[in-house]
Design a protein around this ligand. Structure first.
Ligand code: BYC
Length: 328
């Protein structure tokens, strides 16, 4: 029902556009041309991009919190330095993405306000707690692994600034995935307690990682239009399947067990069959009922307020510089 209504609304918005401009735009997209900020674009395209890119940016920034939580407790100086660099990278990804969204005519302040007021979403995955050091391995391996699966095709998304931001993000994400897997390799080859920690982290992060790809295609109100406009290059289910197919052998190599009794190789489709995702849990987390959702938003709001002086100082400095330039 929701899908039908939303599709109808979108269809109305799109059919109200100038047909000639719309046809020229769609031909460019179909020819795999990049759409640039000053090009004409349908309003629904602009809105979808603002929604997706800003939510992506919020996910990167909120995503700093679960791992940031372990920087002071990393088990060695090397692990601490690597984790610190990774968390800083995520902040950088947020910045590239906010900047890409700004080219669509929305300000950074508007986007942040939408996050803080709960109107904008961010990835469900960051509403789960990081209970042990093995969770940092599991996040790098599974969460960054899922992110890469989703983001590599986005390097060819139809909006130029988003595609170019993704090229840089993907380079860093593959380092993140490897650092996570390396932590898991050490734990999985360690003492019985370390092996138990690694398995426990896999048990807790597996299903939420599959949820990162979004609802099944049949229940995804945005996929069909986003695929037509080449904002998305693969559907949620296609990417989820690819992720399972790549990740299960990695778990086998670690000697860990994926927590899914229905997981089985399907020779005919050349991929794994896997059990049902708990979509009730997913929608509850999307509604803001995730295990640590309140803490995450509280941390973001406090960081925004307590750092207001930095933004004010930077703005005052920029003003002074501009005034000096004008006077010269
Ligand atoms: N969580 O029609 P659908 C990272 C929402 S961070 C929350 O399929 P769409 C990292 C969806 O927004 C990487 N909400 O939507 C950082 C929609 O609601 P609205 C984050 C979700 O947009 C730090 C509704 O459900 N990656 O890598 O076509 C440390 C229906 O869904 C989720 C990105 O953001 C979810 N998981 O497809 C470590 C990638 N899934 O907005 C790592 C860019 C769906 O209509 N985004 N919803 O009210 C995308 O590729 C797409 O937006 C999605 C969803 C595949 C996520």
């Amino acid at each position: 029902m929701y899908t039908t209504e939303l599709d109808k609304q979108r269809h109305t918005v799109v059919t109200q556009e100038d047909p000639e401009k719309l046809a020229a735009f769609e031909a460019r997209v179909a020819a795999d041309d990049f759409i640039e900020p000053k090009d004409w674009m349908p309003e629904a395209y602009r809105k979808t991009l603002i929604r997706q890119i800003s939510q992506h940016a919020h996910s990167e920034v909120v995503g700093m919190l679960p791992e940031g939580n372990w920087i002071t407790r990393a088990p060695s100086l090397r692990r601490k330095a690597v984790l610190l660099a990774k968390v800083q990278d995520e902040g950088g990804h947020g910045l590239y993405l906010y900047a890409a969204a700004e080219t669509l005519g929305i300000s950074r302040d508007e986007m942040i306000e939408a996050l803080h007021s709960g109107r904008a979403k961010y990835s469900t995955i960051f509403n789960y707690p990081t209970l042990t050091w093995a969770d940092i391995g599991a996040i790098g391996w599974l969460v960054d692994g899922a992110a890469i699966m989703n983001q590599v095709p986005l390097q060819r998304t139809s909006y130029g600034p988003y595609a170019r931001a993704m090229v840089r993000v993907c380079k860093e994400e593959s380092f993140h995935q490897r650092q996570g897997y390396e932590i898991m390799m050490h734990l999985a080859a360690g003492t019985p307690d370390q092996v138990r920690m690694a398995q426990d982290a896999l048990n807790r992060w597996w299903w939420p990682s599959l949820m990162m790809f979004g609802p099944p295609d049949a229940d995804s109100p945005n996929t069909a239009q986003s695929m037509r406009w080449r904002i998305k290059r693969d559907t949620n289910d296609e990417l989820r399947q690819k992720f399972v197919d790549i990740t299960v052998p990695q778990a086998d190599a670690l000697g860990l067990k994926v927590p899914d009794p229905d997981l089985a190789w399907n020779e005919t489709k050349g991929g794994y069959d896997f059990g049902a995702v708990d979509w009730e849990e997913f929608y509850a987390v999307v509604r803001g009922e995730g295990p640590v959702a309140k803490e995450r938003m509280k941390a973001r709001r406090e960081a925004w307020e307590s750092n207001a002086w930095v933004r004010e100082a930077a703005a005052a400095h920029a003003e002074k510089k501009a005034a000096k330039r004008e006077a010269a």
